[in-house]
Design a protein around this ligand. Sequence first.
Ligand code: ADP
Ligand code: TRP
Length: 321
Amino acid sequence: MRYLSGIQPSGPLHLGNYFGAMRQHVARQNEHQCFYFIADFHALTTVQDPKLLSGYVRGVALDYLACGLDPEKVAFFRQSDVSEVTELAWILSTVTPMGLLERCHSYKDKVAKGISPSHGLFAYPVLMAADILIYDSNRVPVGKDQVQHVEVACDIAQSFNHRFGPTLVIPEHEVEEATAVVPGIDGQKMSKSYGNTIEMFAPEKNLKKAVMAIVTDSKTVEEPKNPEENIVYQLYSLMAGREEAEAMAGRFRAGGYGYGEAKKALLEKIIEYFGPFRRRREEIARDPATVENILQRGAEKARQAASQTMDRVRRAAGLKN
Ligand code: ADP
Ligand code: TRP
Protein backbone atom coordinates (compact mmCIF):
# COMPACT_ATOMS: atom_id res chain seq x y z
CA MET A 1 0.00 0.00 0.00
CA ARG A 2 1.51 3.35 -1.00
CA TYR A 3 0.58 6.44 1.03
CA LEU A 4 1.10 9.94 -0.28
CA SER A 5 0.37 13.39 1.04
CA GLY A 6 1.54 16.96 0.67
CA ILE A 7 1.46 20.02 2.83
CA GLN A 8 1.70 23.59 1.57
CA PRO A 9 4.49 25.79 2.87
CA SER A 10 2.21 28.80 3.02
CA GLY A 11 2.91 29.73 6.65
CA PRO A 12 3.98 28.25 9.97
CA LEU A 13 2.22 24.95 10.69
CA HIS A 14 -0.51 24.83 13.30
CA LEU A 15 -2.47 22.40 15.48
CA GLY A 16 -4.96 21.79 12.64
CA ASN A 17 -2.16 20.65 10.33
CA TYR A 18 -0.67 18.45 13.03
CA PHE A 19 -3.81 16.68 14.28
CA GLY A 20 -5.60 16.74 10.91
CA ALA A 21 -2.71 15.48 8.81
CA MET A 22 0.88 15.28 10.08
CA ARG A 23 0.25 12.97 13.00
CA GLN A 24 -1.37 10.41 10.66
CA HIS A 25 1.49 10.82 8.18
CA VAL A 26 4.09 10.00 10.81
CA ALA A 27 2.02 7.10 12.18
CA ARG A 28 1.78 5.40 8.77
CA GLN A 29 5.53 5.34 8.16
CA ASN A 30 6.09 2.11 10.06
CA GLU A 31 3.53 0.02 8.21
CA HIS A 32 3.44 1.38 4.67
CA GLN A 33 5.50 2.82 1.87
CA CYS A 34 5.09 6.58 2.25
CA PHE A 35 5.75 9.58 0.03
CA TYR A 36 5.36 12.98 1.69
CA PHE A 37 6.22 16.27 0.11
CA ILE A 38 6.32 20.01 0.66
CA ALA A 39 3.91 21.47 -1.91
CA ASP A 40 5.90 24.55 -2.90
CA PHE A 41 4.40 24.76 -6.42
CA HIS A 42 0.97 24.95 -4.79
CA ALA A 43 2.09 27.55 -2.26
CA LEU A 44 3.20 29.77 -5.13
CA THR A 45 -0.49 30.40 -5.86
CA THR A 46 -0.61 32.46 -2.64
CA VAL A 47 2.95 33.17 -1.42
CA GLN A 48 4.80 35.25 -4.00
CA ASP A 49 7.64 36.56 -1.89
CA PRO A 50 10.74 34.43 -2.57
CA LYS A 51 12.34 34.91 0.86
CA LEU A 52 9.12 34.13 2.64
CA LEU A 53 8.46 31.03 0.54
CA SER A 54 11.92 29.54 1.00
CA GLY A 55 11.69 30.24 4.74
CA TYR A 56 8.34 28.44 4.96
CA VAL A 57 9.70 25.45 3.01
CA ARG A 58 12.57 25.16 5.47
CA GLY A 59 10.10 25.53 8.34
CA VAL A 60 7.83 22.72 7.11
CA ALA A 61 10.85 20.43 6.60
CA LEU A 62 11.97 21.07 10.18
CA ASP A 63 8.44 20.65 11.53
CA TYR A 64 8.00 17.24 9.92
CA LEU A 65 11.40 15.96 11.00
CA ALA A 66 10.85 17.30 14.53
CA CYS A 67 7.49 15.54 14.74
CA GLY A 68 9.11 12.19 14.09
CA LEU A 69 9.12 11.71 10.34
CA ASP A 70 11.94 9.26 9.62
CA PRO A 71 13.64 9.99 6.28
CA GLU A 72 15.06 6.46 6.23
CA LYS A 73 11.53 5.07 6.10
CA VAL A 74 9.72 7.59 3.91
CA ALA A 75 10.50 9.59 0.79
CA PHE A 76 10.33 13.18 2.06
CA PHE A 77 10.88 15.77 -0.65
CA ARG A 78 10.13 19.14 -2.21
CA GLN A 79 7.38 19.01 -4.85
CA SER A 80 9.32 21.24 -7.25
CA ASP A 81 12.34 18.91 -7.20
CA VAL A 82 10.34 16.43 -9.28
CA SER A 83 9.51 18.62 -12.25
CA GLU A 84 7.82 15.74 -14.13
CA VAL A 85 4.79 16.50 -12.01
CA THR A 86 4.13 19.68 -13.99
CA GLU A 87 4.35 17.70 -17.23
CA LEU A 88 1.75 15.25 -15.95
CA ALA A 89 -0.42 18.15 -14.76
CA TRP A 90 -0.50 19.50 -18.33
CA ILE A 91 -1.40 16.14 -19.81
CA LEU A 92 -4.13 15.64 -17.20
CA SER A 93 -5.50 19.13 -17.83
CA THR A 94 -6.41 18.03 -21.35
CA VAL A 95 -8.83 15.41 -19.95
CA THR A 96 -10.20 17.60 -17.14
CA PRO A 97 -13.59 19.24 -17.74
CA MET A 98 -13.73 22.94 -16.76
CA GLY A 99 -16.93 22.25 -14.82
CA LEU A 100 -15.12 19.82 -12.50
CA LEU A 101 -12.73 22.59 -11.42
CA GLU A 102 -15.43 25.24 -11.24
CA ARG A 103 -17.20 23.13 -8.60
CA CYS A 104 -14.20 22.96 -6.23
CA HIS A 105 -15.03 24.50 -2.82
CA SER A 106 -11.59 25.85 -2.05
CA TYR A 107 -11.51 27.72 -5.37
CA LYS A 108 -15.05 29.02 -4.93
CA ASP A 109 -14.30 30.08 -1.32
CA LYS A 110 -11.25 32.06 -2.36
CA VAL A 111 -13.14 33.78 -5.17
CA ALA A 112 -16.02 34.54 -2.77
CA LYS A 113 -13.49 36.20 -0.45
CA GLY A 114 -12.60 38.61 -3.24
CA ILE A 115 -9.32 36.99 -4.30
CA SER A 116 -8.89 37.57 -8.02
CA PRO A 117 -8.06 34.05 -9.22
CA SER A 118 -4.98 33.25 -11.28
CA HIS A 119 -4.98 30.35 -13.70
CA GLY A 120 -2.74 28.55 -11.17
CA LEU A 121 -5.37 28.82 -8.45
CA PHE A 122 -8.04 27.48 -10.79
CA ALA A 123 -5.82 24.62 -12.00
CA TYR A 124 -4.61 23.82 -8.47
CA PRO A 125 -6.59 20.52 -8.24
CA VAL A 126 -5.09 19.32 -11.53
CA LEU A 127 -1.57 19.72 -10.14
CA MET A 128 -2.72 17.99 -6.98
CA ALA A 129 -4.08 15.12 -9.09
CA ALA A 130 -0.69 14.90 -10.81
CA ASP A 131 1.03 14.78 -7.37
CA ILE A 132 -1.11 11.85 -6.37
CA LEU A 133 -1.19 9.93 -9.65
CA ILE A 134 2.47 10.24 -10.60
CA TYR A 135 3.48 8.08 -7.60
CA ASP A 136 0.80 5.40 -8.13
CA SER A 137 -0.58 6.32 -4.70
CA ASN A 138 -3.23 4.11 -3.15
CA ARG A 139 -4.10 6.17 -0.08
CA VAL A 140 -4.06 9.90 0.51
CA PRO A 141 -4.33 10.88 4.20
CA VAL A 142 -5.70 14.44 4.48
CA GLY A 143 -7.97 16.65 6.56
CA LYS A 144 -11.60 16.97 5.51
CA ASP A 145 -11.09 20.16 3.50
CA GLN A 146 -8.91 18.28 1.00
CA VAL A 147 -11.26 15.35 0.38
CA GLN A 148 -12.93 16.99 -2.61
CA HIS A 149 -9.53 17.52 -4.23
CA VAL A 150 -8.71 13.82 -3.85
CA GLU A 151 -12.07 12.97 -5.41
CA VAL A 152 -11.22 15.25 -8.31
CA ALA A 153 -7.94 13.34 -8.70
CA CYS A 154 -9.96 10.10 -8.95
CA ASP A 155 -12.24 11.62 -11.59
CA ILE A 156 -9.29 12.84 -13.62
CA ALA A 157 -7.55 9.45 -13.40
CA GLN A 158 -10.72 7.72 -14.55
CA SER A 159 -11.12 10.16 -17.38
CA PHE A 160 -7.52 9.50 -18.51
CA ASN A 161 -7.92 5.72 -18.23
CA HIS A 162 -11.20 5.86 -20.13
CA ARG A 163 -9.60 7.79 -22.99
CA PHE A 164 -6.22 6.05 -23.15
CA GLY A 165 -6.66 2.66 -21.49
CA PRO A 166 -5.81 1.54 -17.93
CA THR A 167 -2.70 3.54 -16.98
CA LEU A 168 -3.23 5.37 -13.70
CA VAL A 169 -3.91 3.91 -10.24
CA ILE A 170 -7.17 5.17 -8.71
CA PRO A 171 -6.45 6.50 -5.20
CA GLU A 172 -8.64 6.76 -2.08
CA HIS A 173 -8.67 9.46 0.56
CA GLU A 174 -8.23 8.64 4.23
CA VAL A 175 -9.61 10.95 6.90
CA GLU A 176 -9.19 10.57 10.64
CA GLU A 177 -12.76 11.37 11.67
CA ALA A 178 -11.96 12.47 15.24
CA THR A 179 -9.63 15.23 14.06
CA ALA A 180 -11.02 15.91 10.58
CA VAL A 181 -11.73 19.56 11.38
CA VAL A 182 -9.71 21.14 14.18
CA PRO A 183 -11.33 24.44 15.21
CA GLY A 184 -9.37 27.70 15.17
CA ILE A 185 -9.46 30.33 17.93
CA ASP A 186 -12.55 31.90 16.32
CA GLY A 187 -14.43 28.59 15.96
CA GLN A 188 -14.04 28.29 12.16
CA LYS A 189 -11.74 25.60 10.76
CA MET A 190 -8.19 26.43 11.88
CA SER A 191 -6.38 27.67 8.79
CA LYS A 192 -3.36 29.79 7.90
CA SER A 193 -5.56 31.73 5.54
CA TYR A 194 -8.10 32.66 8.26
CA GLY A 195 -5.54 34.05 10.72
CA ASN A 196 -7.08 31.93 13.51
CA THR A 197 -4.27 29.47 14.16
CA ILE A 198 -2.35 28.24 17.14
CA GLU A 199 1.09 27.52 15.72
CA MET A 200 2.84 24.38 16.88
CA PHE A 201 6.19 26.04 17.44
CA ALA A 202 5.36 29.66 18.18
CA PRO A 203 7.32 31.31 21.02
CA GLU A 204 5.54 30.84 24.35
CA LYS A 205 4.32 34.43 24.55
CA ASN A 206 2.63 34.18 21.12
CA LEU A 207 1.08 30.86 22.09
CA LYS A 208 -0.31 32.50 25.20
CA LYS A 209 -1.73 35.37 23.16
CA ALA A 210 -3.46 32.97 20.74
CA VAL A 211 -4.89 30.76 23.51
CA MET A 212 -6.16 33.73 25.51
CA ALA A 213 -7.87 35.04 22.35
CA ILE A 214 -9.99 31.88 21.91
CA VAL A 215 -13.60 32.91 21.50
CA THR A 216 -15.95 31.75 24.29
CA ASP A 217 -19.53 32.56 25.22
CA SER A 218 -20.38 35.05 27.96
CA LYS A 219 -21.31 32.55 30.70
CA THR A 220 -20.08 33.54 34.17
CA VAL A 221 -17.57 31.42 36.09
CA GLU A 222 -20.34 29.97 38.27
CA GLU A 223 -22.58 28.76 35.44
CA PRO A 224 -22.36 25.13 34.28
CA LYS A 225 -21.07 24.79 30.72
CA ASN A 226 -21.31 22.20 28.00
CA PRO A 227 -17.70 21.13 27.23
CA GLU A 228 -18.58 19.73 23.80
CA GLU A 229 -19.60 23.21 22.71
CA ASN A 230 -16.44 25.01 23.65
CA ILE A 231 -13.26 25.33 21.66
CA VAL A 232 -10.98 25.36 24.71
CA TYR A 233 -12.13 21.88 25.68
CA GLN A 234 -12.12 20.60 22.08
CA LEU A 235 -8.47 21.62 21.68
CA TYR A 236 -7.47 20.41 25.14
CA SER A 237 -8.90 16.97 24.51
CA LEU A 238 -6.73 16.56 21.39
CA MET A 239 -3.65 16.58 23.60
CA ALA A 240 -4.81 15.42 27.03
CA GLY A 241 -5.15 11.81 28.09
CA ARG A 242 -8.71 10.49 28.40
CA GLU A 243 -8.83 10.93 32.19
CA GLU A 244 -7.52 14.47 32.07
CA ALA A 245 -10.02 15.40 29.36
CA GLU A 246 -12.87 13.88 31.35
CA ALA A 247 -11.75 15.79 34.43
CA MET A 248 -11.94 19.08 32.52
CA ALA A 249 -15.33 18.15 31.05
CA GLY A 250 -16.60 17.37 34.58
CA ARG A 251 -15.40 20.76 35.88
CA PHE A 252 -17.16 22.58 33.06
CA ARG A 253 -20.41 20.70 33.65
CA ALA A 254 -20.32 21.29 37.41
CA GLY A 255 -19.98 25.08 37.15
CA GLY A 256 -17.51 27.22 39.08
CA TYR A 257 -14.89 26.65 36.37
CA GLY A 258 -14.19 29.62 34.13
CA TYR A 259 -12.79 29.85 30.63
CA GLY A 260 -9.72 31.75 31.91
CA GLU A 261 -8.66 28.82 34.05
CA ALA A 262 -9.35 26.32 31.27
CA LYS A 263 -7.27 28.39 28.85
CA LYS A 264 -4.34 28.24 31.28
CA ALA A 265 -4.65 24.46 31.40
CA LEU A 266 -4.78 24.35 27.59
CA LEU A 267 -1.67 26.53 27.25
CA GLU A 268 0.26 24.28 29.64
CA LYS A 269 -0.89 21.21 27.73
CA ILE A 270 0.26 22.62 24.38
CA ILE A 271 3.68 23.47 25.84
CA GLU A 272 3.98 20.01 27.41
CA TYR A 273 2.77 18.11 24.32
CA PHE A 274 4.97 19.89 21.77
CA GLY A 275 7.95 20.38 24.14
CA PRO A 276 9.92 17.29 23.01
CA PHE A 277 9.22 18.13 19.33
CA ARG A 278 10.33 21.71 19.93
CA ARG A 279 13.65 20.58 21.42
CA ARG A 280 14.27 18.21 18.52
CA ARG A 281 13.41 20.96 16.06
CA GLU A 282 15.99 23.30 17.61
CA GLU A 283 18.61 20.58 17.29
CA ILE A 284 17.83 19.79 13.63
CA ALA A 285 17.70 23.49 12.73
CA ARG A 286 21.39 23.79 13.61
CA ASP A 287 22.27 21.59 10.64
CA PRO A 288 20.62 22.94 7.45
CA ALA A 289 22.92 20.92 5.16
CA THR A 290 21.59 17.65 6.57
CA VAL A 291 17.99 18.80 6.06
CA GLU A 292 18.71 19.70 2.43
CA ASN A 293 20.42 16.37 1.99
CA ILE A 294 17.34 14.53 3.31
CA LEU A 295 15.11 16.40 0.83
CA GLN A 296 17.47 15.59 -2.06
CA ARG A 297 17.54 11.88 -1.20
CA GLY A 298 13.75 11.94 -0.96
CA ALA A 299 13.49 13.61 -4.35
CA GLU A 300 15.68 10.93 -5.88
CA LYS A 301 13.35 8.17 -4.65
CA ALA A 302 10.35 10.16 -5.84
CA ARG A 303 11.84 10.80 -9.29
CA GLN A 304 12.41 7.09 -9.76
CA ALA A 305 8.75 6.32 -9.14
CA ALA A 306 7.60 9.32 -11.19
CA SER A 307 9.67 8.42 -14.24
CA GLN A 308 8.08 4.97 -14.43
CA THR A 309 4.57 6.43 -14.39
CA MET A 310 5.50 9.09 -16.93
CA ASP A 311 6.82 6.43 -19.26
CA ARG A 312 3.43 4.65 -19.14
CA VAL A 313 1.54 7.92 -19.55
CA ARG A 314 3.60 9.13 -22.52
CA ARG A 315 3.18 5.80 -24.29
CA ALA A 316 -0.56 5.66 -23.55
CA ALA A 317 -1.11 9.16 -24.92
CA GLY A 318 1.00 8.62 -28.03
CA LEU A 319 3.76 10.99 -26.95
CA LYS A 320 6.31 8.18 -27.07
CA ASN A 321 6.53 4.92 -28.98
P1 ADP B 1 -4.23 25.64 5.81
O1 ADP B 1 -5.74 25.58 5.70
O2 ADP B 1 -3.80 26.15 7.14
O3 ADP B 1 -3.59 26.39 4.65
P2 ADP B 1 -3.31 23.31 4.44
O4 ADP B 1 -4.40 23.49 3.42
O5 ADP B 1 -1.90 23.59 4.01
O6 ADP B 1 -3.69 24.17 5.73
O7 ADP B 1 -3.42 21.86 5.02
C1 ADP B 1 -2.41 20.89 5.16
C2 ADP B 1 -3.03 19.62 5.69
O8 ADP B 1 -3.55 19.87 7.01
C3 ADP B 1 -4.21 19.12 4.86
O9 ADP B 1 -4.22 17.70 4.84
C4 ADP B 1 -5.39 19.65 5.60
O10 ADP B 1 -6.56 18.90 5.37
C5 ADP B 1 -4.94 19.57 7.05
N1 ADP B 1 -5.61 20.60 7.85
C6 ADP B 1 -5.42 21.94 7.76
N2 ADP B 1 -6.20 22.60 8.64
C7 ADP B 1 -6.90 21.65 9.31
C8 ADP B 1 -7.86 21.69 10.36
N3 ADP B 1 -8.24 22.83 10.91
N4 ADP B 1 -8.37 20.52 10.80
C9 ADP B 1 -7.99 19.33 10.26
N5 ADP B 1 -7.07 19.23 9.27
C10 ADP B 1 -6.52 20.36 8.80
N1 TRP C 1 -3.68 20.91 -1.36
C1 TRP C 1 -3.12 20.33 -0.18
C2 TRP C 1 -3.35 21.27 1.01
O1 TRP C 1 -3.56 22.43 0.86
C3 TRP C 1 -1.64 20.08 -0.33
C4 TRP C 1 -1.38 19.08 -1.39
C5 TRP C 1 -0.82 19.33 -2.61
C6 TRP C 1 -1.69 17.70 -1.34
N2 TRP C 1 -0.75 18.18 -3.32
C7 TRP C 1 -1.26 17.15 -2.58
C8 TRP C 1 -2.25 16.87 -0.37
C9 TRP C 1 -1.41 15.79 -2.87
C10 TRP C 1 -2.40 15.50 -0.68
C11 TRP C 1 -1.99 14.98 -1.91
O2 TRP C 1 -3.30 20.81 2.10
